[in-house]
Design a protein. Sequence first.
Length: 125
Amino acid sequence: MKNRIQLGSVLKARCPSCHKGSVLSGVITIRPKCTVCNYNFHPEPGFYLGAMMVGFLLTAMVTVPPMVFLKFMGVDRSILILFPFLEFLFVGTLIFFYSRVFWLHLEYRMTHRLDGHDSGDSQDK
Ligand SMILES: [Zn+2]
């Protein structure tokens, strides 16, 4: 249980360590550290570039299957071409936002055990 990424915590954009502090200050800015447990949200320079990979994957997952479906439904080609742009207006921001939070949680899960911490504690500084 403790070794999994907690989806609820990702969806609420909470700290991967204590699940209480908010990752964000304002709407899109990521805080330097957790306000509750002081966990570092910027482990290294350019850390969030990796989130682009998550973003690409999510974008492909929400774009390709509906496109294939629309194609087989015989939808007009102009709608088929417009679809990804319309879709991006609605889910693009969400993907941009959640790919970074998910990336942070992924990093926490991957490195936390390597650091020699016990799972799930929030005592570490
Ligand atoms: Zn925290």
